[in-house]
Design a binder for this molecule. Structure first.
Ligand SMILES: Cc1cc2nc3c(=O)[nH]c(=O)nc-3n(C[C@H](O)[C@H](O)[C@H](O)COP(=O)(O)O)c2cc1C
Length: 186
């Protein structure tokens, strides 16, 4: 079902960024074409080289890239994708997307996308339960974005609570269901 579909995975700067590497590998093994767009913060957690090696594709990190042939990556990527996933999604990207802020490649690209966008938040429990973050999540749901709810449990900061990135199985299931719904709508 995922075979020959194209996914763009947006990776943002949370400690769970390393889990996105496993996800990229898993989706590629299932036959998906995977391209990764990382924020500059994400690149401090996991190197673009890791994602390049696992996806077999160029990794996009910057809006203004000296080496880029001028193909307007934020627009051209949006034109050749079936589904978009942001995992992990920081409180910061959630806030930016909820308000239409476009100040880096990932946030600008999301504004240009017309396919399903799935967002998998991961953060400290107090951040996740912060009413402002919850309000932003509500806004994104209202705008048709799919939120893959985080799990509860041990968090990297040492606390317990909700905020763990959803499991790989849960994320893959959400991608499958988004692609199925998309087909039905056509
Ligand atoms: C060690 C460390 C771990 C972090 N983990 C998270 C996290 O899990 N979730 C989150 O929302 N922010 C986390 N942050 C904060 C983000 O990196 C910060 O808000 C950053 O501006 C996010 O940028 P981005 O959304 O453009 O990737 C962490 C910061 C540090 C230094």
């Amino acid at each position: 079902m995922l075979k020959s579909k194209e996914i763009i995975i947006g990776v943002t700067g949370g400690i769970a960024a390393y889990k996105a590497a496993d996800l990229v590998s898993c989706l590629r093994q299932q036959g998906m074409g995977v391209t990764v767009v990382m924020t500059e913060s994400a690149a401090r957690f996991v190197t673009p080289l890791t994602f390049q090696a696992l996806s077999g594709n160029r990794v996009y990190t910057r809006m203004f890239d000296d080496e880029a042939s001028y193909d307007y990556a934020h627009i051209s990527l949006a034109d050749r994708v079936d589904v978009v996933l942001i995992a992990p999604a920081t409180a910061n990207i959630i806030a930016k997307l909820a308000h239409g802020i476009a100040d880096d490649l990932l946030s600008t690209f999301i504004l240009a996308v017309r396919v399903p966008v799935l967002i998998a938040p991961a953060m400290n429990v107090n951040m996740y339960e912060n009413p402002i973050v919850q309000e932003n999540i509500k806004k994104l749901k209202k705008a048709g974005r799919v939120i893959i709810e985080p799990d509860s449990g041990y968090l990297a900061c040492g606390q317990q609570g909700r905020g763990r990135l959803a499991t790989r199985e849960k994320i893959v299931k959400a991608i499958q269901s988004a692609l199925k719904n998309k087909r039905k709508k056509r």
